[in-house]
Design a binder for this molecule. Structure first.
Ligand SMILES: Nc1ncnc2c1ncn2[C@@H]1O[C@H](COP(=O)(O)OP(=O)(O)OP(=O)(O)O)[C@@H](O)[C@H]1O
Ligand SMILES: [Mg+2]
Length: 380
């Protein structure tokens, strides 16, 4: 069993948590880890995995908050060939890849409600279906979930299923905030000093007693991550010299100011991933839409439906009497660019549904986000 992960800390609350984590690690029970950002949820999840009989198998972390709703199920459960546009091959999901190992569902509070039903089913019965498959399969995968949201509040707000919440909560490992861990702050600071001294080849002259006091009093909203980042920048920017309270204060103030402008690096990376996933999804959907449109518009010439035709320049639109047939437009009039067609379809649908975006998007068979983008793009 490889046990590289250590949860540093000697405060009673951490010792208790570690004992509980060891105790549940050897079972296959689903675990929910809660705690503020940067408090060490992922470290604890790895600790649980490494102290389980599954330690030689995969630990697969999945950031549920970074995967767009449209593809989360195929990512988790896999898909069959042809399940959706672009599914040219069948593919295993994370649950199958983590067979005999553990899956870490990070930010589980951000999972869409439809997916939550499927997660509950896996927890209760151990079975699931690949997207587009008719048969159910099972995987021996242990679930470790984490959240920094108040899941109870999410249940109250209707964003999280109550049954899944109670199922997950049966074993909850609560990570304390760093400010509640007393002298662990100094123990962790010392650990990070050693880490960065050797990483950057710097000798650190230490903190004055007053700045040590300040380290203990500071509330650490970013928890262990904030402490680790602070120690690294102190060592580098102050070149190892002794840290007085005013230097420390300056760094703490600067960091909190920067943080409100630029998010911390992990969040930024997450956002970028999110954007990339989002764009890929949109691209896939648009290719599908264009393909469908082309199939409908065969052969070669793209013919506009009558109600979308442009009014020839200099002419008034023909006044339609109740049962009057409008004059047949020439072939040239009947052709329009795809863009023009799209614009007019959206315009007409918006009009039809009194500007209701959800209904319009549904009628056009596109998602709401695409509709918003197109409205903006065409200045509708
Ligand atoms: N007990 C610990 N011992 C050593 N390092 C720790 C400990 N707890 C956290 N860390 C370090 O702090 C940083 C943040 O930890 P981690 O990513 O596990 O936090 P998190 O709770 O998952 O944060 P987020 O909510 O932002 O996802 C990491 O660099 C990790 O190595
Ligand atoms: Mg995390």
């Amino acid at each position: 069993m490889s046990r590289n992960i250590e949860i540093l800390g000697r405060s009673p609350v951490i010792l208790q948590l570690k004992a509980l984590a060891r105790q549940v690690a050897v079972t296959d029970v689903t675990v929910l880890i809660t705690g503020e950002t940067g408090s060490g949820k992922e470290v604890l999840a790895r600790f649980v995995h490494e102290h389980s009989r599954r330690s030689a198998k995969s630990f697969i972390p999945v950031n549920c908050g970074a995967i767009p709703a449209g593809i989360i199920e195929s990512e988790l459960f896999g898909h069959e060939r042809g399940a959706f546009t672009g599914a040219v091959q069948s593919r295993k999901g994370y649950f199958e890849s983590a067979d005999h190992g553990s899956i870490f569902l990070d930010e589980i509070g951000e999972t869409p409600l439809e997916t939550q039903v499927k997660l509950l089913r896996i927890i209760e019965t151990g079975v699931f279906q690949r997207v587009g498959a008719s048969e159910t399969i099972s995987a021996d995968t242990r679930i470790i979930a984490a959240t920094n949201r108040n899941l109870h509040q999410e249940v109250v707000d209707g964003n999280f299923r109550e049954d899944l919440y109670y199922r997950l909560r049966s074993v909850e490992l609560q990570l304390p905030a760093l400010r509640e861990r007393g002298s662990d702050i100094l123990l962790l600071a010392e650990h990070f000093v050693h880490e960065f001294e050797s990483k950057h080849g710097i000798t650190f002259e230490g903190f004055t007693p007053e700045s040590t006091e300040l380290l203990l009093r500071y509330p650490w909203p970013g928890n262990v991550r904030e402490l680790r980042n602070l120690i690294e920048s102190l060592l580098i920017l102050e070149r190892g010299k002794q840290i007085s309270p005013d230097i420390l204060e300056r760094h703490l103030v600067q960091r909190s100011r920067n943080k409100s402008l630029v998010h911390d690096p992990v969040r930024t990376e997450k956002n970028e991933l999110n954007l990339i996933y989002g764009s890929l999804m949109q691209l896939r959907q648009e290719i599908g839409e264009i393909r469908q449109m082309l199939q409908q518009l065969q052969p070669t010439r793209i013919t506009a439906p009558q109600f979308l035709l442009p009014v020839p320049a200099g002419q008034e639109p023909p006044a339609l009497e109740n049962d009057a047939t409008p004059p047949k437009p020439s072939i040239e009039e009947q052709t329009a660019t795809l863009e023009e067609l799209e614009k007019r379809s959206i315009d007409a649908a918006l009009l039809k549904f009194g500007g209701n975006k959800r209904k319009t998007a549904q009628a056009l068979g596109i998602n709401e986000r695409t509709l918003y983008r197109k409205i903006k793009e065409y200045g509708l």
